[in-house]
Design a protein around this ligand. Structure first.
Ligand SMILES: Nc1ncnc2c1ncn2[C@@H]1O[C@H](COP(=O)(O)OP(=O)(O)OP(=O)(O)O)[C@@H](O)[C@H]1O
Ligand SMILES: [Mg+2]
Length: 253
């Protein structure tokens, strides 16, 4: 399989604490990787480093064999998208508006500038892409709903759709099941799987909920105190002695 993302020797320190420690990680095109680890293991920080919102102290990151530029917006344009641990949607905007704004920003055409140039209207291809994305995520019927009226599961799906609207090559999704019950989590996992099948996007999912990890990830990587301590199938990683000790809290695994 073609290597999509290559993280090489990435390190990050906050004050005296090394939060990401010499991390190597490869993700193939279209692959689904689960990233697990206890609270504070460095998972979200690693996502921020890959997305370019936090700069690493050391190491390099490549997408499709090319070193990534430092700026987050350029990385997004190269095909890296992300959803956040805490849902970040705007009140007063419809579901469809969230996708349109994201798509136009991605294309370097934020609405206000288009309006100033007198060509603020949404184009048919933009509208089509947004509606297709909502359909892919199973929420087309919510297109005109205000996001404040939606359940947490629906809002998380809107976040996912927004991240996918510009058809990224790599989706980093940070605890998409957080706060959801078992059936909502499973539904989100199904959406992720069907989106991956139909668009070919590679997915890295950070998740504490093991059922979601098992449902989505083809391979699992475990972090502990910023270091990769295991890499393999879900069963291999969950059975790993270091993982059981560090993450599952077993005193003598
Ligand atoms: N901006 C920051 N400044 C200082 N320390 C930070 C900053 N961001 C994160 N940290 C610290 O870095 C460590 C790793 O944090 P991170 O959020 O990456 O962990 P995580 O694996 O995502 O944890 P969780 O499962 O709780 O989300 C933690 O000790 C955290 O307190
Ligand atoms: Mg986190």
């Amino acid at each position: 399989m073609t290597v999509l993302l290559e993280v090489r020797g990435v390190r990050k320190r906050f004050g005296s604490q090394v939060v990401v420690d010499s991390v190597d990680l490869e993700v193939s095109a279209g692959e689904a990787v689960g990233l697990i680890g206890s609270n504070g293991a460095g998972k979200s920080t690693l996502f921020s480093i890959i997305a370019g919102t936090i700069s690493a102290d050391d190491g390099s990151i490549f997408l499709e064999g090319r070193k990534l530029p430092n700026r987050a917006d350029e990385r997004a344009r190269r095909g890296i998208a992300r959803t956040f641990q805490i849902v970040q949607l705007f009140g007063g905007l419809s579901v469809l508006d969230h996708l349109l704004v994201a798509l136009q920003a991605h294309n370097g055409e934020a609405g206000v500038f288009r309006d100033l140039r007198g060509n603020g209207a949404t184009t048919v291809p933009e509208m089509t892409l947004c509606m297709e994305t909502l359909e892919l995520c199973g929420i087309a019927k919510l297109a005109h709903a205000q996001t404040t009226m939606l359940s947490l599961g629906q809002r998380r799906t809107v976040e996912l759709a927004r991240a996918l609207v510009a058809r990224p090559k790599l989706l980093l999704t940070d605890e998409p099941s957080s706060g959801l019950d078992e059936s909502e989590s499973l539904r989100l996992a199904h959406i992720l799987n069907s989106v991956r099948r139909s668009t070919g996007v590679a997915v890295v999912i950070v998740e504490h909920d093991l059922a979601t990890v098992a449902a989505v990830a083809e391979r699992v990587v475990a972090l502990d105190a910023g270091r990769v301590i295991a890499n393999g199938t879900f069963d291999e990683v969950i059975a790993n002695v270091d993982v059981r000790r560090s993450w599952l809290g077993e005193a003598s695994a």
